[in-house]
Design a protein around this ligand. Structure first.
Ligand SMILES: *[C@@H]1O[C@H](CO)[C@@H](O)[C@H](O)[C@H]1NC(C)=O
Ligand SMILES: *[C@@H]1O[C@H](CO)[C@@H](O)[C@H](O)[C@H]1NC(C)=O
Ligand SMILES: *[C@@H]1O[C@H](CO)[C@@H](O)[C@H](O)[C@H]1NC(C)=O
Ligand SMILES: *[C@@H]1O[C@H](CO)[C@@H](O)[C@H](O)[C@H]1NC(C)=O
Length: 385
């Protein structure tokens, strides 16, 4: 066929060029059509891919046809806002892509919760924000507080939520590693967006969207970072003792911030300019290191989020969503997400006796976490009353 095509070209016949074009188009369509039928791309998935405003993401794994997922384009109009050029690059970047809420799902978890109905068997779903490079943290969590297990007669399940890191070859390589990890542990949800600090809210909302479809009846969730010590046994006991412990009532508890000031200092990681938020204080929220919530509240937050523009500080954004629904976050004395509230500073938080009675403490190195989890569960551990 190639020879025939070359002959036609030599003759310089215009009609022949059209024929060639037609052949190319036929080849093109023949290549894609089988995927549409065999891989069962539902019309809903396709239309979602073209409607950014709809909240569900498009599954391209294991179908791998990025062809169907248009990239969310930067909104260049934001550059017209007052003093845009004086903003740090991270904030500019945030503003350009703030409207993007739909991203392809690269790694999905089928049946993590046993389907819609089965998901009520999950008592505590651990939803842990991680990023591609944090392999060592995930490894330790799987062996310690995030181990999937039956505790006090109820199920604990684990999901890490991630975006992507790097670009080009580096990104591909990291994604391959995650794929391998997924094969071994089946605990990763990954979407195709840059896993940056300012995209954490996006990550959280993509998760709630996934949860609404795949795990709506899990009773409670722990939302946490991958560098915390979460005493999940204590959490179960706390949740089981609630008057309503089926997850159908409002619960949102952790380390509570009231009237927290918005950081206006440009060099800070938490810097928020007036172009993103005018008011100088945040609505009440729980620190993002870790908080517990009911599935009822998670789904309310997700619903509210659909009409609230994304704010880059993810935990503060939860507060905004709660306020919109007329709900309040509450304080739990067992959650220490700031290093500051330790009985005394320094290595004291490495005391198993101190950790034994808490729900969550922020910031541990993987090795310390591993050690502490063992110590806390040591039956011979002696503590002063
Ligand atoms: C396609 O999906 C529908 C609904 O999810 C299902 O009933 C059907 O069996 C699927 N077909 C194939 C070929 O997988
Ligand atoms: C989003 O999708 C849902 C169900 O798939 C549909 O009911 C709703 O109208 C859609 N919203 C928009 C804005 O397209
Ligand atoms: C789902 O749960 C409802 C109520 O608990 C039950 O009636 C129904 O049979 C369940 N469906 C499946 C497929 O398990
Ligand atoms: C969030 O992710 C999108 C998609 O990868 C990217 O275009 C955008 O720059 C990211 N935003 C920030 C603030 O990093």
């Amino acid at each position: 066929m190639l020879i025939a095509v070359m002959r036609i070209f030599r003759k310089g016949n215009i009609a022949a060029v059209f024929v060639l074009g037609a052949i190319c188009m036929i080849i093109y369509f023949c290549q894609y059509r089988p995927d549409l039928t065999n891989h069962n791309f539902s019309s809903r998935t396709l239309s979602d891919a073209f409607h950014d405003d709809n909240q569900s993401e498009t599954v391209i794994k294991p179908y791998t046809h990025e062809f169907f997922v248009p990239k969310c384009e930067a909104n260049m109009l934001v550059a017209d806002m007052k003093d845009f050029s004086s903003l740090p690059d991270t904030i500019k970047n945030f503003l350009y892509y703030r409207h993007c809420r739909t991203f392809p799902l690269l790694l999905d978890l089928l049946d993590k919760c046993g389907g819609d109905n089965g998901s009520k068997e999950v008592f505590l779903l651990l939803v842990i924000k991680s990023s591609p490079l944090n392999y060592d943290r995930r490894e330790v969590l799987r062996k310690t507080w995030a181990r999937e297990r039956l505790h006090n007669g109820v199920w604990i399940r684990r999901i890490f939520i991630l975006g992507t890191s790097g670009s080009g070859y580096e990104k591909k390589k990291l994604n391959k590693l995650l794929e391998a990890e997924q094969e071994d542990f089946n605990d990763i949800l990954q979407w195709d967006f840059d896993d940056t600090f300012h995209n954490l809210t996006l990550k959280q909302m993509l998760f709630y969207g996934w949860m609404e479809r795949n795990c709506p009846n899990a009773r409670f969730l722990l939302n946490s970072d991958d560098d915390v010590f979460a005493h999940t046994d204590n959490m179960i006991e706390y949740l089981q003792h609630l008057p309503d412990n089926d997850g159908s009532k409002h619960l949102f508890t952790g380390y509570l911030f009231l009237n927290e000031k918005v950081v206006r200092w440009k060099e800070s990681k938490y810097f928020i300019p007036v172009q993103v938020q005018e008011s100088n204080t945040y609505l009440p929220y729980c620190g993002g290191g870790g908080y517990l919530l009911s599935s009822y509240t998670a789904l309310v937050i997700y619903k509210m989020s659909q009409s609230i523009p994304i704010h880059p500080i993810d935990d503060a954004y939860m507060g905004m969503c709660l306020a919109k629904a007329g709900l309040s976050p509450s304080s739990h004395i067992g959650v220490k997400t700031l290093g500051l509230n330790m009985p005394s500073k320094g290595a004291d938080h490495l005391q198993p006796c101190y950790l034994r009675d808490l729900l969550l403490v922020h910031r541990f190195l993987p090795a310390d976490l591993y050690l502490m989890w063992k110590e806390v569960h040591n039956p011979h551990l002696k503590c002063n009353p």
